[in-house]
Design a protein around this ligand. Structure first.
Ligand code: PMP
Length: 365
């Protein structure tokens, strides 16, 4: 089940010691801990003691808060099976380290998240199209079922059930990446696939990048019992633990009574950006492309009516001051020529109208 590199992985003896040195009265000559008195006073932000080294799994209060949220979604994730990540991008790296050797068959959606492909490729994954009914069993199935990047699509309950059943049947580890679930503008099925995995192996991760601040690099991962401890070991070997400053800033935010209202306001804000974008697309791209209005997330995925090389188009667009992502970047092979990903959350109404006008002009010419 696991990659060859995991065979040699052992828990660090320092980690076991670090767990006991916080006991009252303990004299420690063990870790390389700076004297707490020398740590900076970030007054009003965090107590100096939280700027000391911390546990690999993350701050207990934040793990508990994430656990409450996941259990509310039906995911079997008690606090001791939740780990805080240095961005959810790190979860992809940890899972790839745990499962992927050169040549390991790894199922992904075509198209899928570009930077996940980058990580899996780095460890030598052999990509398999999750939609290919004849595809062989794979070690891992990486999916973004809720408001996918790049397509914005949201899988139905039936599709979620089917994927869970398939993973259970084939002994494939489900790896559900869910950073967009709170950016929801219209109702749709969103119950995590990880909530349907019974006693089988699964990994579920989320992010505070879209709901709070990407620069803090804060995400989280939860996993079934058979995987969690190994993920912790891999995380420890990667970066010891996530920034405690970032964790405390996010902890304050998510335990604030106003957190739910903040998510609602965010969704309202992005819903109106999506609507503005959709209208502008209809005006400028009505005869140039087809698309489905995303019910959440941050992206429109366009199929151009003519098979234009969007990579070539990008060079011309950048010269005129507009950027987008050519669709072919999002598939490991068999690139989707004639597709493009357009983000609608960043540009304001005026920029959206001007930018789409320029792209449409370029396409017409
Ligand atoms: N997964 C997906 C599907 C994403 O779109 C992103 C961000 N673009 C990430 C993971 C990484 O997010 P972060 O590391 O900021 O949590």
């Amino acid at each position: 089940m696991f990659s060859q590199r995991i065979e040699g992985l052992r828990p660090s003896p320092i980690r076991a010691i670090l767990d006991v040195i916080d006991r009252p009265g303990m004299i420690s000559f063990a870790g390389g801990l700076p004297a707490t008195d020398t740590l900076p006073q970030l007054s009003g932000v965090v107590p100096a003691s939280t700027l000391q080294y911390g546990p690999t799994e993350g701050e207990p209060e934040l793990r508990a808060a994430v656990s409450r949220q996941l259990r509310g979604l039906g995911v079997d994730a008690p606090p001791d099976r939740v780990m805080i990540l240095s961005g959810s991008q790190q979860g992809i790296d940890l899972a790839a380290k745990l499962f992927v050797d050169p040549g390991t068959p790894t199922a992904v959606e075509y198209p899928t998240y570009l930077a996940a492909l980058q990580v899996f490729r780095f460890y030598g994954a052999r990509f398999v199209d999750l939609a290919d009914p004849d595809s062989a069993r794979t070690a891992l199935a990486y999916v973004v079922p809720t408001f996918a990047n790049p397509t914005g699509a949201c899988a139905s309950d039936a599709e979620r059930d089917r994927l869970a059943a398939r993973c259970l049947r084939d002994g494939t580890v489900l790896f559900e990446d869910d950073p967009y679930r709170d950016l929801v503008y219209d109702t749709c099925d969103r119950t995590p696939i990880a909530a349907r995995m019974g006693g089988s192996s699964w990994i579920y991760q989320g992010s505070f990048s879209k709901t709070f601040a990407p620069g803090l690099r804060l995400g989280f991962i939860a996993a079934s019992d058979d995987l969690f401890d190994r993920l912790v070991m891999v995380k420890q070997a990667t970066d010891l633990h996530t920034s405690r400053l970032s964790q405390h800033i996010v902890l304050d935010a998510v335990t604030d009574p106003g957190w739910g209202a903040r998510l609602d306001r965010l969704a309202d804000f992005y819903r109106s950006r999506r609507d503005v974008f959709d209208d502008a697309l209809t005006r400028h791209f009505g005869d140039l492309a087809t698309w489905e209005t995303p019910r959440g997330g941050l992206f429109f995925w366009l199929h151009l009516t003519r098979n234009v090389d969007t990579r070539g188009l990008l060079d011309a667009a950048i010269e005129r001051g507009v950027a987008f992502m050519p669709g072919e970047e999002f598939s490991p092979d068999r690139p989707s020529i004639g597709t493009m990903r357009l983000n609608f959350s960043h540009a304001d109404t005026d920029q959206t109208d001007r930018g789409l006008g320029i792209l449409a002009d370029l396409l017409r010419s």
